[in-house]
Write a protein that binds this ligand. Sequence first.
Ligand SMILES: NC(=O)c1ccc[n+]([C@@H]2O[C@H](COP(=O)([O-])OP(=O)(O)OC[C@H]3O[C@@H](n4cnc5c(N)ncnc54)[C@H](O)[C@@H]3O)[C@@H](O)[C@H]2O)c1
Length: 418
Amino acid sequence: MEQFQVKDKSLAPQGHLQIEWASKHMPVLNQIKSRFSKEKPLKGLTLGACLHVTKETAVLAETLAAGGAKVVLCGSNPLSTQDDVAAALADEGIQVFAWRGQNTEEYYQCIDKVLDHKPVITLDDGADLVGTLHSKRKERLKNVKGGTEETTTGVLRLRAMEKAGNLKYAIIAVNDAYTKYLFDNRYGTGQSTIDGILRATNTLLAGKTLVVCGYGWCSRGIAMRAQGLGANVIVTEVQPLRGLEAVMNGLRVMPITEAAAMGDIFVTATGDINVIRKEHMQKMKNGAIIANSGHFNVEISLKDLEALSTAKRTLRPNLEEFTMKDGRRLYLLAEGRLVNLAAAEGHPSEVMDMSFANQALCAEYIAKSDKMTPKVYTVPCDIDETVAELKLKSMGVTIDKLTAEQQKYLSAWEMGTT
Ligand SMILES: NC(=O)c1ccc[n+]([C@@H]2O[C@H](COP(=O)([O-])OP(=O)(O)OC[C@H]3O[C@@H](n4cnc5c(N)ncnc54)[C@H](O)[C@@H]3O)[C@@H](O)[C@H]2O)c1
């Protein structure tokens, strides 16, 4: 069986340095790694992972391997693999099938290669691995004990599978841990999305009108960081509560049809389809920049952008210019794929430390459990709390402890107004 497929194995030395740099900023995962090296909780298990192949994912793969697992990895997006990191992982004996710039066929071929290795536990980001297992590769389902899911879109898909009675094994929604979405989705996506936009364009955000579609965990992070850089932020939403939060946070909220004519920069992070489409593109200003940070490249209608334009050219890496029939030019970043991973490096290591600590501890939990049934589980509370405790400790921050009196008071009803 094939052991790896990467773009260029000679990039490994640079990849090792990248992984070393990430690892220095992932103290929680490193603590788990040292314990795993001694206890070997994943001994003899094959773990099939479909994750963005970044330097932080490499530290996770090393942690799982230290726990005794055979790790087989493919990318969870055709444009997010860091080729030097993939080469370094292959060098370390991790079975990796990933390179940047795959076409759809190659992308799914790599998922198939992971499944050829008969994983017992799956780690997915977006549920393409799980989707393939439940459709084209059903014969591999019998090997699988459980899995984890990293992102909001993946969890939505899995819950839909569960509801339809199609989910055949237990999956822990890592995304829904507090120590994941409150930090990774908000601060990670917030910072790295801006990073991706800047690397692709080097545009000035101060004084620009930036339209964020969605006010969920990712999009509020983007709005917050864009505000910090001096952009005038407009939010579009479909949920009243979220729209209200955005208003109370001092942002302008309006439908995308109105915002379309006002924005200099547009960023989608909704997990939804065709959020920016023909009727919005028709209203956009000459020079408007459009980017997506949601999981799939369906939030901006690429079909509509192509149909409305008469010419396109690539001006810089990750920056495509579309000339409209009326002469306006619109600029699409990173082919509409998640801009933070395709045009930058994804989330900083410090937040991935928590997300991937959850991944490692949930993989251990699945390995040790014999009671899980086919449904979507939340991350056990003690795992979430352990990750928060370890992270605070690694930052040198201590917090107070409840006194015995406070503990009693907080669990009693007798005492009221005094
Ligand atoms: N780029 C990254 O690195 C990264 C990281 C984490 C999550 N994600 C992805 O980002 C997406 C959003 O994740 P999240 O955790 O913020 O989800 P979320 O559910 O917290 O937020 C999504 C928000 O979008 C809103 N929305 C839905 N359709 C809309 C529409 N047509 N117009 C305006 N708003 C709309 C929803 O009401 C919701 O408030 C998902 O696809 C997720 O998988 C990306």
